[in-house]
Ligand binder design. Structure first.
Ligand SMILES: NC(=O)C1=CN([C@@H]2O[C@H](COP(=O)(O)OP(=O)(O)OC[C@H]3O[C@@H](n4cnc5c(N)ncnc54)[C@H](OP(=O)(O)O)[C@@H]3O)[C@@H](O)[C@H]2O)[C@@H](O)CC1
Ligand SMILES: Nc1ncnc2c1ncn2[C@@H]1O[C@H](COP(=O)(O)OP(=O)(O)O)[C@@H](O)[C@H]1O
Length: 273
């Protein structure tokens, strides 16, 4: 919570390098979520098309380089389209020293990073990541999770194993989302709603986690706890958005989730007053 002595820098700055000519919208969604989740500043550095859309949607965003407390990379990108220069820039971010949230198309670069790392794969991306790390087969339905894994035992085990191999925090997305650390700690966050199963909500999640990590990194909050808080805010925001449509909820968009992040944050603050 901001105090009288805070300014935009002390509240945390998130650097965002996401989006591409193919998926420009993902950049808009992540930046929107970061602003809505409570952050001092977002610095966006990405290709021209997403950069233009980001500024049109959120003129608050700063597009010049500068110091950040955390980075978000990968949402809305495909490694097959990545240039050598872009790979070098991402590797630079992964060596800079501040925590990095690695999503979607940057997950292939996550191994060997020397910074505090939070990766945010969905089940298919998790399977690919595990293959890259030389970990066990992912065709096993138990590793994908779902109905056959009601207490998320297999997903928690697999996520912790991946976290250990990566030496980073794993946020394994799904109908319930598992957060796992290299030392074997796991948490399952069940704040969401099946209405979240719609395009772009993962990009919003990455932005929300980025905001919480950037705003807490210099206050000694462990990245895994910040990530779990981001997952809760995202799920709760989705539940609030869906509940606006009646008792059984109703359709929501990724931007609806972002728009409800302030209400979810307000609820969390009130509960801990
Ligand atoms: N607004 C934006 O900019 C958004 C951008 N986004 C960005 O997109 C990028 C890719 O992320 P992703 O998770 O969507 O793709 P990915 O993990 O490669 O999985 C593809 C799998 O889906 C399957 N599949 C496809 N169509 C199907 C169908 N009709 N019915 C059934 N299955 C179908 C397909 O199967 P196949 O067609 O191969 O049989 C394959 O297995 C990522 O950078 C993300 O950030 C998204 O967040 C959305 C909003
Ligand atoms: N059936 C579901 N119930 C609850 N949450 C879900 C469900 N399906 C997906 N989600 C959540 O929605 C988000 C989807 O993210 P992701 O798969 O990366 O989609 P996208 O790439 O379109 O952004 C994740 O936060 C995930 O946990």
């Amino acid at each position: 919570m901001p105090t009288a002595t805070d300014d935009k820098y002390s509240r945390g700055v998130l650097g965002v390098r996401t989006g591409s000519e193919r998926y420009p919208g993902a950049a808009v969604l992540g930046v929107e979520a970061a602003h809505r989740a409570g952050i001092g500043m977002v610095r966006y550095v990405g290709p021209p098309t997403p950069a233009g859309l980001v500024l049109a949607a959120r003129p608050e965003t700063v597009t010049s380089a500068g110091r950040v407390q955390a980075w978000l990379i990968g949402s809305g990108t495909d490694p097959a389209d990545r240039t050598d220069a872009e790979t070098a820039a991402l590797r630079g971010i992964l060596a800079e020293g501040v925590p990095v949230i690695v999503d979607a198309g940057a997950l292939d670069l996550a191994a060997h990073a020397e910074v505090p790392l939070i990766v945010t794969p969905h089940a298919r991306e998790h399977a690919t990541l595990r293959r890259m790390l030389g970990l066990g087969a992912t065709g096993d339905p138990a590793l994908v999770g779902g109905v056959d894994d009601p207490d998320d035992h297999a997903r928690r085990h697999a996520a912790a194993e991946t976290a250990r191999a990566l030496d980073g925090v794993v946020v394994l997305k799904g109908s319930r989302t598992v957060v796992a650390t290299p030392d074997g700690w796991t948490a399952v966050v069940d704040a969401g709603t099946p209405w979240l199963a719609t395009a772009g909500t993962g990009d919003v999640l990455a932005g929300a986690i980025g905001a919480v990590v950037a705003s807490t990194a210099e206050h000694g909050v462990a990245p895994a706890l910040a990530a779990a808080a981001g997952v809760w805010l995202h799920g709760r925001a989705a539940a609030l958005a869906a509940a606006e449509h009646g008792e059984r909820g109703g359709p929501i968009t990724a931007l609806d989730v972002a728009a409800n992040l302030p209400r979810a944050a307000g609820e969390a603050l009130a509960a801990h007053a």
